[in-house]
Design a protein around this ligand. Structure first.
Ligand code: PRX
Length: 661
């Protein structure tokens, strides 16, 4: 096991013996009812994926299935299609045309419904606007938006004309947005005046303006900005660059022929954290990605025409891309979209939304589930949740207690729970129960989906049939990332070097039990998952050291009851020791937290800031992260014999204990 083996966040998993077979009534109606759909052997596997791909609409059918030059894959490479056609045009001319595609509720309670026909028209109009702004095939467009229907429209409009979207989560700072604009060389930005979050109007346009100025100082000029009016806050428009979305879109034609694009045409870049300070631009392409998300949305969520499906993710994350937008819309589902937070104006907002909109499928993150648990059973009990038929979880390991609570209190003991494991890089769910087939266990993502070959390996790359090790994916799959934007060497090195160039290394620890089921244990690298959001410790460290008072910083995770990971920062100050006065120390700690918030975004603010006289390092000068993790979480200290100065650790430990008092 790697030196970064995580503390098992799930307790003693191999003792978990509760089993939940699919309810008969569910299984009887499910799209997938038996295990015969799992193809066996490489030939059958490729044929199975080709059959899934042929369920899409191709303008030019493909002949080739997979070209695999490890670690570079091309899927269906001689075919042509368009992602927006899968989500829109395919449903027109069928009864789905006039069913709701998006049902939106804003935080203030405003509602809008767009049928597939209406969504199609809006997307066509927006696509024409983008074209008129000079956006062409392969050009990058940054989308920095609240979770409103226009965000979905903007993504699909890019896809329609072959532009590449890069959605940046609205909670990220102006600087983070600028970094992404620069790396992607995006010349067009779509944003909004603001977005509602817990009653506050978050100033997005202001941040976008700042980001454009920063990008310009790095040589990337944003030529055009489209601004959606959401909150009505005043925002200055820059002459010649900025235009209101509603003016431009209303004036555009609702007809726009979709570009016929090669299957490997880039669909989007989504930045995600890795082990260095620089986020990676994960590149997904059209044919394989659409095949993966369409097939998995159907299998895992069992989407039917009458469902109202709600995935609570923001479109700024991959879950929003694959399971708010592309996967469910490709299946003609009705997708419920909610702008706000779960606890505003009250902690039962989600339950009232489920009751009012008769949501049937609900997909959220363990952090949210643990918060709901803490808020108490009486909040969901006040609402009629009987419309629900399936529950999903994603983003972090879910502890059995939270899984059981979710199933019992939200699912009324009748809804299957699917714990879905995947990543930004995998594009689509790879390991998950299939709800009409799989016997579920609280805390286990169970089995690889059809067409996926997953394993747990030991340090030497040998399969672990039972026990813990490192998760690996042994064969390429259609929705896999194709590269890191502008950095194929980093792609090879990060994902395809641990076990050789044809085995994908996701960076997660995992266990297999006696049935061969997978239990995901969290990251084994220096990536944290606070509240299901991915943050690299190196990113937080470089934000900290950019503060004038910080000489050196080391950031680690510690277990947190609700968020999964909390962020703990160990900071060595410059310009004198930390203030002796506790109040002043706390103010300095807050100033450092705010600084990280400004540099990256609020989600990266450290929970704990420990000032220290020195950082524990090995004789070769490497920061002893495992030791810091132990200290931060109050666990026993590890072996200190390699420390340059063991007294440092004692000092840290005493300090930590004092802070906990
Ligand atoms: O550590 C795993 C964790 O989230 C990481 C991927 O993060 P991101 O790319 O932001 O995508 C999150 C949404 C797909 C993984 O490496 N993770 C995701 N799902 C699970 C999980 N850990 C345990 N169980 C899961 N179901």
């Amino acid at each position: 096991m790697s030196p970064n083996e995580p503390a098992n966040p799930l307790g003693d998993l191999l003792r978990e013996s509760r089993r939940f077979p699919p309810p008969e009534s569910f299984a009887a109606r499910a799209h997938v009812r038996d295990r015969t759909v799992w193809p066996e052997g490489e030939e059958a596997r490729l044929a199975w994926w080709a059959a899934r791909a042929r369920e899409l609409r191709w303008t030019k059918p493909f002949g080739r299935i997979l070209d695999w030059d490890p670690p570079f894959a091309q899927w269906f490479a001689d075919g042509e299609l368009n992602a927006s056609v899968q989500c829109l045009d395919r449903h027109l001319g069928t009864p789905r045309a006039h069913k709701a595609a998006l049902v939106f509720e804003g935080e203030p309670g405003d509602r809008r419904t767009l049928t597939y026909a209406q969504l199609h028209r809006e997307v066509c109009r927006a696509a024409n606007v983008l074209r008129a702004l000079g956006v062409g095939r392969g050009d990058r467009v940054a989308i920095y938006m609240p979770l409103v229907p226009e965000a979905v429209v903007a993504m699909l409009a890019c896809a329609r004309i072959g532009a590449v979207h890069t959605v940046v989560f609205g909670g990220f700072s102006a600087k983070s947005l600028a970094d992404r604009i620069v790396d992607a060389e995006a010349r067009v930005v779509v944003t909004a005046d603001g977005g509602w979050r817990r009653g506050h109007d978050v100033p997005l346009k202001e941040a976008a303006d700042e980001a454009c100025a920063l990008a310009s100082s790095h040589g990337v000029e944003v030529a055009r900005m489209l601004v959606v009016r959401r909150t009505g806050r005043a925002c200055p428009m820059q002459e010649g660059r900025d235009a209101w979305w509603h003016d431009a879109v209303a004036a555009a034609s609702p007809d726009c022929e979709a570009a016929s694009l090669p299957a490997e045409h880039p669909l989007f870049i989504l930045y995600t954290s890795g082990t260095t300070g620089k986020p990676k631009g994960i590149l997904h392409t059209t044919g394989g990605y659409m095949t993966g998300v369409a097939a998995t949305a159907r299998m895992v969520f069992d989407l039917k025409d009458e469902d109202v499906y709600w995935c609570t993710a923001d479109i700024g994350w991959v879950t929003g891309h694959s399971y708010v937008v592309y996967g469910p819309l490709a299946n003609g589902a009705t997708v419920f979209v909610y702008e706000g937070a779960p606890d505003f104006p009250a902690k039962d907002r989600f339950w009232s939304l489920i009751a009012e909109h008769r949501v049937t499928i609900f997909y959220t993150a363990p952090t949210a589930i643990r918060a709901f648990m803490r808020w108490g059973d009486d909040l969901p009990a006040r609402h009629d949740l009987s419309s629900l038929r399936l529950l999903g979880s994603v983003g972090e390991p879910i502890n059995p207690e939270a899984w059981m609570w979710y199933r019992r209190v939200i699912g009324g003991d009748r809804c299957p729970v699917v714990d879905t494991w995947w990543q930004t890089e995998t594009g689509a769910i790879l390991i998950s129960p299939v709800p009409g087939v799989t016997v579920t266990k609280p805390g286990s993502a169970t089995q690889a989906l059809p067409g996926i070959v997953a394993a747990v390996l030991d340090d030497a790359g040998r399969p672990v049939e039972r026990g813990s090790g490192i998760l690996a994916i042994l064969r390429p799959w259609p929705s896999m990332l194709r590269t890191i934007w502008k950095d194929p060497e980093r792609y090879r090195q990060v994902y395809w070097s641990r076990f050789g160039p044809s085995v994908y290394f996701p960076g997660d620890g995992a266990k297999r039990d006696e049935d061969g089921d997978f239990w995901l244990l969290g990251r084994i690298d220096d990536v944290l998952n606070p509240a299901g959001h991915r943050i690299g410790t190196a990113e937080v460290e470089s934000a900290l050291v950019s503060h004038p008072r910080v000489a050196e910083a080391a950031v680690v995770g510690r277990p947190h009851e609700i968020k999964g990971d909390a962020i703990a920062a160990f900071v060595l100050l410059r310009g004198g020791p930390p203030p002796a006065d506790a109040g002043e120390r706390a103010r300095l700690a807050d100033a450092l937290r705010d600084h990280v918030g400004d540099e990256i975004g609020k989600i990266a603010r450290p929970d704990d800031v420990h000032f220290c006289a020195d950082l524990p390092k090995t004789r070769s000068g490497k920061i002893m992260r495992r030791l810091l993790r132990d200290i931060a979480s109050g666990r026993a200290l590890g072996d200190t014999t390699t420390l340059a100065d063991p007294a440092v650790v004692d000092a840290l430990r005493r300090q930590y204990a004092a802070a906990e008092d």
